[in-house]
Design a protein around this ligand. Structure first.
Ligand SMILES: *[C@@H]1O[C@H](CO)[C@@H](O)[C@H](O)[C@H]1NC(C)=O
Ligand SMILES: *[C@@H]1O[C@H](CO)[C@@H](O)[C@H](O)[C@H]1NC(C)=O
Length: 351
């Protein structure tokens, strides 16, 4: 009996060992190799996730259907990762999961774009829910009262400070004074890029300060790098990432150069009604995204890159173009409903 037992045990062990390596590697394939950001846009007639006309107060910059966009195919694409599935956004489960929590988007108008989309996604799931809205500068706060979930946007163009001094407005590359408000949140989604190359009347500062040196101007990519370094140090020293999840949104691409999608001479997105086909993009990633990537490596705490750059590059069709309240050509921001809904699906899948 004892001997038989040992034989069985030996056979069982052998089977276990033989199975062990392939079984483990299978798990790795599912877990480790699922890159949500690698994939393609597929046509899905169940999209969009909500009817934008029922979303309260979409800002005039993003409300493309209201301002005359008639083609609607751009609403019908779903992001399909190559090796796994992105769960469909479920507003009720989102609100339940984040009960009592505050989620803050911090950055420029692209953050506002994503904030707006998240409010629409949640509102469409619970249209009757009571909400408290507190609008203002720099904080707009939209709270789903029954769940105690606040979706907040903090408007800051550079993350680092601009202060008015005797000499004029000074962009302070070493200073983040708003951090004490940010670090009380449960989830932070940062973004900055749009404003770093602004010049002339659109440039909101007169001088740049780095350490105790004040200069009239400097290489802008270098300035971006210094600003992000200050941000990375702030995360390293100030944020308790066991309480507060930190994400950085990748560079949001623009579509003003048709050469990037094999239509040289085209200078905006006005006629675009379909995404660029396939998973690859001929122009590669914008240089700023490599700077961002290397700066994020300076963060010693766990943070997540919401890596929307490549997948959004394919969506030359998803900008407002002239269908916005100002009727100006806008191939920078994104229609709501639209691509920012996918960013929020990715956000939900990542936190
Ligand atoms: C972001 O995603 C793109 C496309 O999958 C990839 O090429 C790039 O390396 C990613 N960036 C990082 C920092 O992972
Ligand atoms: C947002 O509003 C809610 C409800 O009024 C409030 O409890 C919360 O502190 C506000 N959050 C911010 C960051 O202002």
């Amino acid at each position: 009996m004892g001997f038989e037992m040992r034989v069985y045990a030996w056979i069982a062990m052998t089977i276990l060992v033989i199975c062990l390596s392939p079984c483990l590697s299978l798990e790795e394939t599912n877990g480790g190799f699922c890159n949500l950001y690698e994939g393609s846009w597929v046509y899905d007639k169940t999209y969009p996730l909500y009817d934008s006309s029922t979303c309260p107060h979409i800002r005039g910059e993003y409300d493309c259907l209201k301002y005359g966009r008639v083609d609607k195919e751009y609403l019908k694409y779903r992001w399909q990762p190559s090796n796994c599935n992105l769960p469909r956004f479920d507003g009720k489960s989102f609100l339940t999961k984040f009960k009592g929590k505050q989620i803050m988007f911090i950055g420029d108008s692209v953050s506002l774009n994503q904030w707006q989309s998240l409010i629409c996604l949640l509102h469409s799931a619970v249209p009757q829910a009571r909400v408290i809205q507190q609008g203002g500068e720099p904080i707009s706060n939209y709270t789903f009262q029954d769940y105690g979930v606040s979706i907040v946007v903090f408007h800051t163009t550079y993350l680092v400070d601009i202060e008015v001094e005797k000499i004029g407005r000074v962009l302070k590359l070493n200073s983040i004074k708003n951090g004490n408000i940010w670090k009380n949140m449960d989830v932070l989604v940062f973004n900055t890029w749009l404003w770093w190359y602004r010049r002339g009347p659109k440039q909101p500062w007169d001088y740049i300060q780095l350490g105790d040196k004040i200069v009239k101007d400097m290489d802008r990519m270098q300035a971006f790098r210094y600003g992000l370094t200050t941000w990375a140090n702030w995360v390293n020293t100030q944020v308790d990432t066991s309480k507060t999840k930190v994400l950085f949104q990748g560079i949001s691409p623009m579509h003003y150069n048709g050469a990037q999608w094999h239509e040289p001479g085209v200078t905006n997105c006005a006629r675009e009604t379909t995404p660029i086909n396939g998973p690859s993009y001929s122009q590669g990633l914008p240089p700023a995204s490599y700077v961002l990537q290397s700066m994020l490596q300076k963060v010693t705490k766990p943070i997540h890159l919401l890596n929307i750059t490549a997948l959004s590059e394919l969506r030359k069709d998803a900008h407002p173009s002239s269908h916005n309240v100002f009727h100006g050509m806008d191939c920078t921001h994104w229609c709501v409903a639209g691509v920012p809904d996918t960013w929020n699906e990715l956000l939900y899948a990542s936190i």
